[in-house]
Design a protein around this ligand. Structure first.
Ligand code: ADE
Length: 240
């Protein structure tokens, strides 16, 4: 998978993909990630990337021209109906559909070239959204100063689902959310620490019992922290 991030802060991404699973996936050639400065695509003499909103109001809005130029450079067209097969353009804003494991999975499965536009300021000119964007995504119900941290979240959640990214020692299939529930509790040595004991069931080697216990614990944790996950309506696939 090729990932291109469009941002006004390319330096933000200098180190962030250089750790752990993402770094390993890059080194293995599973993913290639580049960050591009939107300002490089501005053609006016002041290299303006933002302007005041029509209709008034606070803040500045990202201008369409540099973003259209960047998409044309990356995908050869600014008409989303003509994007190459496997190309997707994500706009990160608080107004998007919420990122879920199912969304990360769908994008990981169907995308060979992902372009991520990081929103900024008060917003992005809506013509970008209408014409260029295939998926408008929010990572949650809170407002970030810009889409950059959200881009890191999106990339991480997707790259670890790419074939080969996790290696053989672990699998994404049994993780939280893949099952529709939160994960069960984990323990490692020592078996007793400051008087706190690891549950006996994990020490006795009975795998059927362990599975039963883990399921019960996952269910209990999910009821306690995320009862919404048990009510269905979470795994829907979507795109536009
Ligand atoms: N930009 C600002 N807030 C955001 C959010 N919650 N998700 C994605 N992009 C954002």
């Amino acid at each position: 998978m090729k990932i291109d991030v469009l941002t006004i802060f390319p330096e933000f991404f200098a180190q962030v993909f250089e750790f752990g699973i993402i770094r390993r996936a890059k080194l293995a050639g599973i993913v290639e990630i580049s960050a591009h400065d939107i300002r490089e695509f501005a053609t006016d003499k002041h290299r303006m990337v933002d302007d005041r909103p029509f209709g008034g109001g606070d803040g500045m809005v990202l201008k369409p021209e540099p973003i259209f130029a960047a998409i044309e450079w990356l995908l050869g067209t600014s008409d989303k109906a003509k994007y190459p097969n496997g190309a997707r353009v994500v706009l990160l804003t608080p107004q998007g559909r919420q990122l879920k494991q199912s969304v990360a999975k769908e994008l990981a499965d169907e995308t060979s070239h992902l372009v991520i536009i990081c929103g900024r300021y008060e917003g992005v000119d809506e013509r970008v959204n209408k014409t260029l964007v295939t998926h408008e995504i929010s990572i949650g119900d809170y407002v970030l100063s810009g889409g950059e941290p959200a881009a890191v979240v999106l990339v991480d959640s997707m790259v670890r689902l790419l074939p080969g990214a996790l290696g053989s020692e672990t699998s994404a299939i049994n993780e939280s959310f893949a099952s529709g529930m939160l994960d069960y509790p984990h323990y490692t040595r020592p078996a007793e620490y400051r008087g706190m004991k690891v549950p006996d069931v994990l020490l006795n080697g009975n795998h059927a019992e362990i599975e039963k216990w883990r399921y019960a614990m996952a269910l209990e944790k999910t009821k306690l922290n995320r009862s919404d996950l048990l009510e269905g309506d979470n795994g829907e696939m979507w795109s536009r």
